[in-house]
Design a protein around this ligand. Structure first.
Ligand code: NAX
Length: 342
């Protein structure tokens, strides 16, 4: 047992906490992404094959019964690295001393909602969770926001957590990057492992820009391998609208691929990106003319647990127009939630 974590804590498993154990919180843990994500964390895919973890899982009260089932299955998987599991509907319990937090839980977009409705509907969740992170999480906590609209939700959580440095709040655009790699791999016949340095600018939305200009495909420049019409047309369009295509094909939104991308994001942040450029959305410090504070996806490298934006890349007129489009959209989202940014 990891100690008394509060009255809403409904379950623990197994053993005592050993030296070096880290606490990993996941919200929306009984949802579709959570179901794929937890097994990857528990098996060591994210924090390393030797790193023991305590899982601190958050759900809303209506989700607690499903969460109990998830916890039972985790127990039944008997992962050696999982030292304890805490299930709760109280964010102050879930985030207590957390070293890493996956903010996945939020309300999905229904048919009658447009994007601005979603921004307003989900914003308040991230006010409460930001405050809880501020109150109880480790001061070194690394936060990834997956729940949509993820850039603006990360902005809200960051604004409500003044104790934690802004650079520790990120949003996920890695799924978009992985989708871009998938498209390049399919078209070129080269395996995904040999495609590097394609990354996403901006918002996790249709406006995003998967930038192919610095990418390599089996050592060759992507701009030599693929024609410009494809890169600025079908490629861009397919990546931007992939989420919708998955919903049409599967009858449900991306879950396993989203969980996998969240693992990639946090693993690279935690363990380093090995010199590779990866996409992460984080509060701008004015990089590439993006207004300060906007949570914007940039080309990044990770080293020693820190994210460094790759600065000084040349921007052509097409890239600039896409960056500007994303800035405009994110400014509009920020405006819509201005009342939540204390
Ligand atoms: P599900 O609806 O399957 O699961 C969400 C879970 O969150 C539910 O169990 C729900 O009870 C819980 N929840 C809701 N409000 C909560 C709160 N305040 N605190 C804790 N838990 C709460 O959705 P799922 O497919 O898992 O997707 C989760 C989120 O990821 C959605 O917002 C979705 O739009 C977003 N996505 C983000 C992606 C990205 O690339 N950034 C891609 C995939 C996905 O669309």
């Amino acid at each position: 047992m990891s100690g008394d974590l509060g009255e809403n804590d409904i379950g623990h498993t197994s053993e005592s906490e050993g030296i070096g154990v880290i606490r990993v919180a996941v919200t929306g843990a009984a949802g579709n992404i959570g179901y794929a994500l937890l097994w990857r964390i528990a098996s060591g895919d994210c924090f390393g094959k030797e790193q023991p973890v305590i899982l601190q899982l958050l759900e809303i009260p209506q989700g607690m019964q499903r969460l109990q089932g998830v916890m039972m299955e985790l127990m039944d998987s008997a992962f050696p690295l999982v030292h304890d599991i805490v299930c709760t509907d109280d964010a102050n319990v879930a985030f207590k001393d957390a070293d890493a937090i996956f903010l996945v839980g939020s309300r999905p977009r229904s048919k009658d909602m447009d994007r601005s409705d979603l921004v307003v509907a989900n914003g308040p969740i991230f006010v409460g969770q930001g405050k809880a992170i501020d109150a109880v999480a480790s001061e070194d906590v690394k936060v990834i926001t997956v729940g949509n609209p993820c850039n603006t939700n990360a902005l809200i959580a960051n604004a409500n957590s003044p104790r934690i440095p802004s650079r520790q709040f990120t949003a996920m655009t890695r799924l978009d990057q992985n989708r871009a790699i998938g498209q390049m791999a399919e078209r070129s016949g080269v395996s995904a492992s040999k495609i590097h340095d394609v990354f996403i600018w901006g918002n996790h939305a249709n406006t995003m820009y998967p930038d192919p200009r610095f990418a390599t495909v089996d050592g060759r420049k992507a701009t030599d391998v693929f024609d410009l019409d494809w890169l600025e047309g079908e490629f861009l369009d397919t990546v931007a609208k992939r989420g919708k295509s998955i919903i049409i094909a599967r009858g449900a939104s991306s879950a396993a691929s989203a969980a996998s991308a969240a693992i990639d994001h946090m693993r690279d942040w935690w363990q380093g990106s090995d010199g590779r450029i990866v996409s992460m959305a984080l509060p701008s410090e004015g990089w590439y003319g993006v207004p300060e504070g906007l949570v914007f996806s940039f080309p990044c490298r990770c080293e020693n647990g820190e994210i460094k934006v790759v600065e000084g890349l040349p921007i052509d007129s097409f890239a600039q127009s896409k960056i500007d489009e994303n800035i405009a959209e994110l400014m509009e989202e920020r405006e819509a939630v201005a009342g939540l940014l204390y």
